[in-house]
Write a protein that binds this ligand. Structure first.
Ligand code: G6P
Length: 564
């Protein structure tokens, strides 16, 4: 995972770190920068996110620098394991996103001793070794030959203070150039709107400077995708938390998406889902739950086999030739999903993606991309993007759904009005030792997302289970400090839910019902079931807030998971 950023131009260190902070969604357990100042390279590394960096930097002007935000894979979270890494003679400084899988073998081969436990620490040391015999560019080519694994690497050379070097395989790396600046980054988010962006291919290596961009490829020279950056804006941070802004944004989402889809041709999608024998929806994390909900709804409507797969498990399933694969991703960068797509493509399958970031690795790999169009999501726990996946997926299935935007938006607003009651409920569950979410049919799928959302930001133990299944084992966990929250979007499931919940309360557990159809529920609103999503998100948010969690950046997680 991790974010890497390199810049050549004229900027202040503060501005440089601001750009780097935009990559924090890729990891925020530690970070670091290296920049050239008066022909000295200054290296600063710290635990924590870029706010910690800001406390220790000055605001000098710099012309060249590289930076990194880390999500630890090899080596504990510490300044020594943070990037940039350098070698003993401090010539090369490197930032790396990905994993050098054969780093132990390379350590033996080049007889490398590093203080850092990070796999990335070997990169500048090997470069130091190679530079005795080869040019920098040839050394980069040898690094590609040597490395097994995934990497986007930016390198600064003390002896060439106007140039940055790079190599790339599997981890995303993009270059952007304007009249006065040139930058390299894991994500277009750190570039300015209107800049021309070059998307590097796997096994590319080369250099960037104000004078020229040199890009070579280790194997072939396929053309590179370019585009002009024109991204929709982030949620404006009105609240102390992006997550709360992003939840409140959901009431606007139906009209924004419906407007957008008026201008998109949907006939091809319709034909594909009608003619395919079966539809397979694929995603990771919350996107997998969105995939499961859509599979459930598509199967009901189309009367054909539709199911969902966890991206990292795709290779364990037989691929049938008449299937259509629909992938879902907020970031467009999740490595598990990228791998699944590569695997399916190697079996000559076509991929449709529903994705928030169209100009992304998953966007580029797919045969066809349908955008979510809800702007960047910043908080690690997915909210508006999850809701948008359901809205877009439903609209693609039945285009007339896009005409319902006023009604859906109204339902979401009704659910938001329950916030004071939700806070009261969050107060109760925040002292619980275990929270079950239960539901039947599609409500079970909602409950999976509800439980994930709660544990990822509150760190409370939570499990989701089918209403009728609770008594077959998991009821053993219930005691007076357990909460069981039932989700109910169809009165057909009411009797079963009530009997399950009464089994919980007979054993001292506390129960809560959330519903859009049962007006005696603890949390009831009128309208579409998408409002249920708002409620489960707000429960997670307020519980985490009451427990003083770092909501937008929960411990151990990252927004975009670009490792296997
Ligand atoms: C990470 C995030 C989750 C997200 C999942 C899939 O684990 O923390 O919130 O659901 O990745 O991400 P994607 O960008 O593919 O939707």
């Amino acid at each position: 995972m991790c974010g890497i950023y390199g810049y050549i131009g004229n900027t202040t260190i503060n501005n440089f770190v601001d750009k780097l902070s935009l990559l924090e969604y890729r990891g925020y357990d530690s970070c670091g920068i290296a920049y050239n100042y008066n022909n000295h390279i200054i290296l600063i590394r710290t635990k924590g996110n870029t706010n910690n960096l800001k406390r220790i930097i000055n605001n000098n002007t710099i012309q060249i620098g590289i930076g990194h935000t880390r999500w630890a894979t090899h080596g504990k979270i510490s300044p020594i394991n943070a990037h940039p890494h350098t070698s003993r003679n401090n010539r090369f400084y490197c930032v790396h996103n990905g994993v050098i899988e054969n780093y132990q073998e390379l350590k033996d081969k080049y007889n490398i001793q590093t203080i850092s436990e990070s796999d990335s620490a070997i990169i500048p040391v090997i470069l130091d070794f190679l530079i005795n015999k080869y040019s920098i560019i040839d050394s980069l080519k040898i690094l590609i030959k040597e490395f097994v694994g995934t990497y986007a690497i930016a390198i600064m050379d003390r002896y060439n203070p106007e140039t940055l070097y790079f190599i790339k395989n599997k981890s995303p790396l993009l270059i952007s150039k304007s009249d006065n600046n040139i930058s390299i980054s894991s994500d277009q988010i750190s570039f300015n709107d209107g800049e021309k962006i070059i998307v590097l291919n796997d096994l590319d290596y080369g250099s960037i400077s104000k004078k020229e961009i040199i890009i070579n490829n280790y194997l072939s020279d396929n053309e590179r995708v370019t585009f002009i950056k024109n991204e929709s804006q982030l949620c404006k941070r009105n609240e102390a938390y992006y997550m709360l802004d992003e939840i409140y944004f959901e009431k606007k989402l139906p009209s924004i998406i419906s407007e957008k889809y008026k201008r998109i041709h949907l006939d091809e999608y319709k034909m594909t889902i009608t003619t395919s024998k079966e539809l397979v929806f694929i995603g990771s994390g919350s996107s997998y739950y969105a995939a499961s909900i859509l599979a459930y709804e598509y199967e009901k409507k189309l009367n054909k086999r539709c199911f969902s797969l966890i991206a990292s498990e795709v290779k364990n399933f037989n691929i049938s030739n008449n299937s259509m694969f629909i992938t879902l991703s907020q970031s467009g960068e999740t490595m598990d999903l990228c791998d699944a797509i590569d695997y399916l493509k190697s079996k000559n399958q076509r991929i449709i993606s529903i994705c928030n970031i169209v100009h992304s690795t998953i966007g580029f790999k797919s045969d066809c991309v349908y955008p979510l169009s809800v702007g960047r999501e910043i908080s690690v726990a997915s909210t508006k993007a999850f809701m948008a996946m359901l809205y877009v997926g439903r609209g693609l299935l039945d285009n007339s759904y896009f005409n319902n935007s006023i009604y859906i938006s109204h339902s979401i607003k009704n659910a938001l009005l329950l916030e004071p009651k939700i806070i009261e409920i969050s107060k109760r569950i925040s002292s619980s030792n275990f929270i079950f979410y239960v539901g039947s049919g599609i409500d079970y799928l909602y409950s999976l997302e509800a439980s994930l959302k709660l544990r990822e930001i509150s760190y409370l133990h939570s499990l989701s289970i089918q209403t009728g299944e609770l008594k077959h084992g998991s009821l053993a966990l219930v005691d007076f400090n357990t909460y069981c929250i039932g989700i109910l979007s169809s009165l057909d499931s009411k009797a079963r839910l009530e009997s399950s919940l009464s089994e919980v309360s007979s054993r001292g557990g506390k129960t809560i019902i959330i519903s859009n159809v049962y007006n005696k529920a603890d949390l009831f609103y009128e309208g579409d079931s998408l409002g249920l999503i708002v409620i489960i998100q707000l429960i997670a948010f307020h519980t985490a807030r009451l427990l003083n969690r770092t909501i937008d950046q929960p411990r151990n997680l990252a927004k975009s998971v670009t490792v296997k």
